[in-house]
Design a protein around this ligand. Structure first.
Ligand code: CIR
Length: 258
């Protein structure tokens, strides 16, 4: 079984109110509530036998609490991405600094212009990585990513998306061949080999659950998904992410697990 030893999170900043949003989940994030939810998220992670590194808030980057996007961390290498969202592109500098404490220099690679890629588009399933081609991740970014991964014995394939922000907005792997799928991903041939659990449209946000060492963290307020995940036999923890949802962010976006 795969084991995560470390998790990196970054505290939300007050400027998060100016973060990017599609408006799908209306409202401006309440900063104090977001901080309390972040505390609860960290507490949940700590129950999963991992060391949690907590980076300080960075007011220069409203979306910087979504640490999943500027890096992809694997057992064998770290890849610093090149986020496609202009206001987020500079987030890579401080993430790389944090990542250097865990990986030797020769195992830290980069996605470079004209390639763009955000970690939310990357779903790791064992030694294979699915990468969403999205508004944020382009073909050249995927090509560079695949080239880097191949040097470390990993494989990679592209998944086209048209409706959601990132690949993992709509599909998440929970290990043990189990996958939560919603919307445009339900019938994708790429995922036919997995035990697919279909997320109903009204609970689509909860397709973004995370597996951490045998526990699955589920966003609060989605009873169908909660029951489905419990029925899979996992230990389950719920965490309220309402303030992050207003910025199209979910549970996976708030951490780097490796
Ligand atoms: C953004 O649009 O970039 C942020 N407001 C949300 C990022 C969510 N990250 C993710 O799905 N990995």
């Amino acid at each position: 079984m795969r084991i995560f030893k470390n998790i990196i999170v970054k505290r939300p900043c007050r400027a998060m109110a100016d973060g990017i949003t599609s408006g799908l989940y209306p409202g401006r994030p309440d900063y104090e509530l977001a901080l309390a939810q972040h505390d609860a998220y960290i507490e949940a992670l700590k129950k999963c036998s991992v060391d949690v590194t907590i980076l300080p808030a960075d007011e220069n980057y409203p979306d910087s609490c979504f640490v999943e996007d500027p890096a992809v961390l694997t057992e064998r290498c770290a890849i610093i991405t090149n986020p496609g969202a202009a206001s987020r592109n500079g987030e890579t500098t401080s993430i790389e600094e944090a990542v250097r404490k865990f990986y030797p220099d020769d195992r830290i690679k980069h996605i470079v212009f004209p390639g763009t890629l955000e970690g939310g588009d990357v779903m790791m399933c064992g030694e294979h990585f699915f990468v969403g081609k999205s508004e944020r991740t382009n073909a050249e970014g995927i090509r560079q990513f695949a080239e880097i991964l191949s040097k470390y014995g990993y494989t990679c394939s592209e998944v086209k998306l048209s409706e959601v922000l990132h690949l993992k907005t709509g599909v998440n792997y929970l290990e043990n061949n189990n996958m939560l799928v919603s919307g445009e991903f339900i019938d994708k041939a790429e995922f036919a080999q997995y035990n697919k659990f279909i997320v109903p449209e009204e609970e689509a946000y909860a397709a973004n659950c995370i597996w951490v060492n045998g526990t699955v963290i589920v966003p609060a307020g989605y009873p169908t998904v909660l029951a489905v995940v419990e029925s899979m036999g996992y230990n389950v923890i719920t965490v309220d992410t309402s303030e992050y949802r207003k910025l199209d962010g979910g549970l996976s976006c708030l951490s780097l697990r490796f």
